[in-house]
Design a protein around this ligand. Structure first.
Ligand code: BG6
Length: 493
């Protein structure tokens, strides 16, 4: 059996708001995740806010299409609430130890996000916070010790909260310039240390979670469309800046993508799936393909949405499209127009239960074949290098007395997903740059804010209420992944 190319970038992925902690240390400002409480599979995470006139406090579900901050209110940290991002699993203080674990597994790459508010505490500052720059400098130096190439997301659900309060979030065009300044600053500062960057994590989450993806205080359809456009232009400007600084720097797109299946062969179901897929692919059609697709322009026309654009926007989108397309893919979703089916279960895109697939405790479908399908769909559509930057399985792992964690279900899941990826490369000829398993060191779940939805190769002693020693221990999957990397994906047993 053929393995993977020699230069294949094996590794793991994290995000500052779920992993880093140190929320008020080193001059960092507050970001949108810092005002989000914890929840569960059934209880949504909430954004807390304060009325600036009366001082009254309240909250609204954060991960939804309609999270709106009421008039006269601003998102705020409220005493007595628990915010999982504030400590998370404390990469801020544990980064040396954690990167040593990554080195031990043989990681070639480590995906992390830079906390924008650590570099520009208010988002609109002219000068960066030097202490923040130094923190990531130390992180990248540590990676270099183990030959680990960083892959850095500039914005992973971490919009500085000041941009929401002062500007309403990404629906305001001013954010384009703030982001460009941020991107230029870090591209220059880390030139020679960081070659691979991503602009916005899961940019298409603007559809489903505009507060999380764009810091929007008002999620009207017009604002969401404008915010997406502004992020596209900001991404193009980031690509331009990177190439002007050093042609070796590559800036990719990051899309949440999962294949969608029709539950029946009823043509109405096929059409439903086609339209659902367009909702995500629109984002890569623009950012990676370089053009607004006709189906989206027609939708805006029907809905009376008029974008505020500048003449150079469309040239920028075409000329500075993403260098590569990265995506998250955990499983597939299934849709139907029929009522007589079990609608319980589902996943990120909330479809229906697929009778051929098992799910984890959070209802996410386990479907390794969908990775090969996703890779083929995206490669055929854009002919650009791809990178799987999130894949994995959340599980309520149990640590034994001796510190071991027997996560055979994770090994099983990863084995089949890696086989699927290997087929896409060897059978279908897809150009795949790398694979970073999500949450390589346990971290906070984005969707629920829980700790017990664990993904890592390394267990972190912390619970849903913030108790625990933060002590790290290797799971069985740690040793397995180490072997996978050292054999270039040939030995998956
Ligand atoms: C992706 C996000 O949607 O899925 C990550 O980019 C997130 O931030 C991951 O953690 C898994 O989702 P969850 O809700 O299980 O953490």
């Amino acid at each position: 059996m053929k393995g993977f190319p020699k230069e294949f970038l094996w590794g793991g992925a994290t995000a500052a708001n779920q992993y880093e902690g140190g929320w008020n240390e080193g001059g960092k400002g507050i970001n949108t995740s810092d005002v989000m409480t914890s929840g569960s599979h059934t209880v949504p995470r909430r954004v807390t806010y304060k009325n600036v006139k009366t001082g009254e406090t309240g909250s609204v579900a954060g991960f939804g299409p309609d999270a709106k901050i009421p008039e006269d209110c601003i998102p705020a940290v409220i005493d007595g609430e628990y915010y999982p991002s504030h400590v998370a699993t404390d990469f801020y203080h544990y980064f040396k130890e954690d990167i040593a674990y990554m080195g031990e597994m043989g990681f070639k790459t480590f995906r992390l996000s830079m906390n924008w508010a650590r570099i520009f505490p208010n988002g609109d500052d002219v000068e960066p916070n030097v202490e923040g720059l130094k923190f990531y400098d130390a992180v990248f130096d540590e990676c270099a010790k183990y030959g680990i190439e960083p892959l850095v997301t500039l914005s992973h659900y971490e919009t500085p909260i000041n941009l929401t309060i002062q500007y309403g979030g990404w629906s305001n065009r001013k954010c384009i310039n703030f982001f460009e300044n941020y991107a230029k600053t870090v591209f220059k500062y880390y030139e020679g240390k960081v070659k691979y960057w991503l602009t916005f994590n899961e940019i298409n989450c603007m559809e489903f979670a505009p507060f999380v993806a764009g810091g929007l205080s008002d999620p009207s359809p017009q604002n969401k469309a404008q915010a997406a456009h502004n992020q596209f232009v900001a991404s193009a400007k980031a690509v331009r800046a990177a190439h002007e600084i050093n042609d070796e720097i590559k800036v990719g797109q990051m899309l949440a993508y999962q294949p969608m299946y029709a539950y029946t062969c009823d043509p109405a179901d096929q059409l439903m799936v086609m339209e659902a897929a367009q909702t995500s692919l629109f984002y890569s059609d623009v950012q990676t393909g370089g053009h607004y697709p006709a189906y989206r322009l027609k939708k805006y026309e029907r809905e009376g949405i008029v974008l505020d654009t500048e003449p150079e926007d469309f040239q920028l989108l075409e000329k500075y499209s993403a260098d590569f397309l990265s995506f998250s893919c955990y499983g597939s979703s299934t849709f139907t127009t029929h009522d007589d089916v079990d609608k319980s279960g589902g996943n990120l895109f909330m479809g229906i239960k697929n009778p051929y697939l098992e799910t984890n405790a959070w209802g996410w479908a386990i479907d390794p074949a969908c990775l090969r399908i996703a890779l083929n769909t995206l490669y055929d559509r854009y002919h650009k290098p791809l990178w799987i930057v999130e894949n994995g399985i959340g599980w309520d792992d149990k640590k034994e007395e001796d510190g071991s964690v027997h996560d055979t279900y994770r090994i099983e899941y990863l084995r089949k997903n890696i086989e699927s990826m290997r087929d896409a490369i060897n059978i279908d000829g897809v150009d795949l740059m790398g694979y970073t398993m999500w949450g390589c060191i346990d971290l906070v779940s984005a969707g629920t804010g829980e700790m017990k939805k664990r993904y890592g190769f390394v267990y972190v002693d912390r619970d849903d209420k913030g108790n625990g020693t933060l002590e790290r221990s290797r799971k069985d999957s740690f040793y397995w992944y180490k072997k996978v990397i050292s054999t270039q994906g040939k030995d998956l047993d």
